[in-house]
Write a protein that binds this ligand. Sequence first.
Ligand code: NOJ
Ligand code: CA
Length: 527
Amino acid sequence: MADNKWGKRIIYQIYPRSFKDSNGDGIGDLNGIADKLDYLKDLGVDAIWLSPVYRSPMRDFGYDISDYYDIDPIFGSLSDFDNLIKKTHSRDMKVLMDFVPNHTSSEHPWFIESSSSKNNPKRDWYIWKSPKKEGIVPNNWLSQFGGPAWELDKKTGEYYLHTFDVSQPDLNWRNPQVVEEILNVMRYWIKRGVDGFRVDVAYYLFKDPFFRDEPHNPVFAEHHTHYDSLLHIYTIALPETLNMLKKLNAIVNEFDDKFMICEIYTFLHEIINLYRIVDHQSFAPFNFSFISLPWNATVQKEFIDEFDELVGHNYFPTYVLGNHDQPRVATKLGEGSARTAALLQLTLRGIPFIYYGEELGMKNVEIPEEEAKDPMAVNMKGFNLGRDPERTPMQWDGSRFGGFSNTEPWLPLEKEFQERNVASEVKDKKSFLNLYKSVINLRKTRKSLAGGRLIPLDFKNPNVLGFLRQEADEETFILANFSEEEQEVELPEGKWKTILSTKMDVENRKENSLLRLRPAEGIILCN
Ligand code: NOJ
Ligand code: CA
């Protein structure tokens, strides 16, 4: 097996606004993150991924960049950033930056120039089209944040394309100057010390050059958002986009031990296709199967077995339970199953991405629609699409503002933060946090978990998922009960002992051939 260093690293996503506020404005910042690096090191994290910290008017909380070469003052300065990189590296951890190549902010100087006149040299840096007819949008393309993807610029009489908010105009990737500039942005940050990127909406870069209307989605249902009423065959996953990802990866490969992970919500075979196209160990597409597929042992097993095999031994799968766009896993599955999901994520072959607070069992916080901050919630009322609930402040301790800040945070804390926080979970042997630490510790000390093969097992029980990890003569055996009832399984031949349960109450228990799993329990065994 190839020695893929990134394939063995545990990556932790930080939403910087919500991790730790160091200067008392209620918003997390870079110095706050720097203060918490020892916590992350102790947890066993190998790399952090920062959601965007570039200069931005924050209409989409940093996914609307107005200067790719600077840090937003709300988060700190370039020297704070340098300091954070230095401190992270000194603890032998890596730093990935979020990277947003599909669009900029409408306040980016490039867009201000581009919209100033039809013959401005930067006009073609964005996607402009004249109306189809007076007052009619150029085609039927839709914005993911509601309404048409086109906005009329009254001054020049043309529409610009925005796949997301109107304040996020799409760059024109067919313009070689744009490509060159964006590739230089990547080089700039790597030279400044970052270890790679998480590429935002990596599937979207190129749009149909003929601007054809997208066909209607035959399985569209009323409760879906307007965006889902079309099949996005002319705006997503164009062959040009896939080739461009290869080119972005080539930039990463100009340097040693760097990595890029691409945000792509798609099906198994397309994910595999991407591994094949880019064909480099410094690259991986996200796999969101734990989020998109039902919590069902049979369905998940089928995916995992096929995925692991198709990715193959030179590459590594990735597993994600949540991120800043998805409801928190503990809310979706309940605490018992969320623990088991974490156990699977951390014992499967491949790269686990932990979303901050997941290791505490943090839950979604209900935010009334009128208090919503997220543009998705503000633009599309009534669909319950807001992402604020999963972006609330990290719960460090039981003090007034959860140890996050000394003032009212930008989003409210979870009501239960006094029980669910780092300080109290450190003390509780059975806590979520101690489960994470224990599993990560096993992952780091057992070679079969770090890099071993995955051997699927079949238990003829539709509620149980089990597999072996194997490296040389060492085997680790994982079992997960997806149901809320007790389940029995017959163990494979051999002398097995349970070394860990998600309930955190079993250590080195010798097992008979028939084993009972408690409701929603996951366990790790060895022989
Ligand atoms: C995906 C990001 O994860 C999301 O938070 C953002 O709103 C959109 N891309 C637009 O950049
Ligand atoms: Ca702050």
